[in-house]
Design a binder for this molecule. Structure first.
Ligand code: ADP
Ligand code: MG
Length: 220
């Protein structure tokens, strides 16, 4: 039997603070473990996207630390951060960024070339798009396009997935499919999910659900 010593979170935020015109949050701490999904809800303008950008290395907080696998991301050299962004982190937005003239398959291929991974068809099955991968993006429905853009991100095999309103443009059935696929991905690949959403039905599928309000993350 193997003993696992020190089960560190994949991602930790320690006492982070950020202001733009007003203070969005302060003394905000959070841990995200492998196989764990965390959802954040909150009114528009409370700083959910800003928090996601800070946690995903895209933005620096005014105070506090973000640790990835136990190391402060501000201690990494620029090349190391770029490698983390390219390989370890996957970010999914409400609107997708696909090449319209290419097929769904070719879109995923460009991402795997950059991340130096192989295309894994099980991801297409997970997202129920395996039968449309040969089609041009412009021939797919909105829900299918969003799932292709998610396949593009997951094909890099990221350890931490950040999703900012990923189901905002989807009908209920497509939204459920997307969230179920993300949750199976993190179980299967020992990854973690940080999800921002307005949709309570989607948010409550996460293991932990927070509300960002009064500059704090409160458990719901
Ligand atoms: N890069 C930026 N520069 C200036 N203000 C910003 C920037 N990003 C976000 N903000 C402001 O911070 C607040 C929170 O924005 P955001 O994080 O997008 O909130 P949410 O995602 O919860 O709706 C808003 O008032 C927004 O205008
Ligand atoms: Mg937002």
């Amino acid at each position: 039997m193997r003993v696992v010593v020190g089960n560190r979170p994949l991602l930790e935020a320690i006492a982070i603070e950020k202001s733009f015109d007003y203070k969005l949050f302060e003394d905000l701490s959070l841990s995200l473990y492998a196989k764990q999904s965390v959802a954040v809800m909150g009114r528009s303008g409370t700083g959910k996207s800003t928090l996601l950008h800070i946690l995903s290395t895209l933005l620096k907080p005014d105070r506090g630390e973000v640790l990835i696998q136990g190391k402060s991301i501000y201690s990494f050299r620029e090349e190391e951060i770029e490698a983390i962004r390219r390989k370890e982190i996957g970010i999914i937005f409400q609107s997708h960024y696909l090449f319209k003239g290419l097929s769904a398959y070719e879109n995923v291929e460009t991402a795997t070339l950059l991340a130096q991974t192989k295309i894994d068809k099980s991801i297409f099955e997970l997202l129920e798009i395996d039968h449309v991968m040969h089609k041009k993006v412009s021939e797919l429905s909105g829900g299918q396009q969003q799932r292709v853009s998610i396949a593009r991100v997951l094909s890099k095999k990221p350890k931490i997935i950040f999703a900012d309103e990923p189901t905002g443009n989807l009908d209920k059935e497509s939204a459920n499919r997307v969230i179920d696929a993300l949750n199976s991905y993190i179980q299967h690949y020992n990854a973690a999910l940080f999800l921002v959403t307005h949709d309570f039905a989607i948010a409550k599928k996460a293991q932990k659900l927070y509300q960002l309000e009064n500059r704090r993350l409160n458990i719901r």
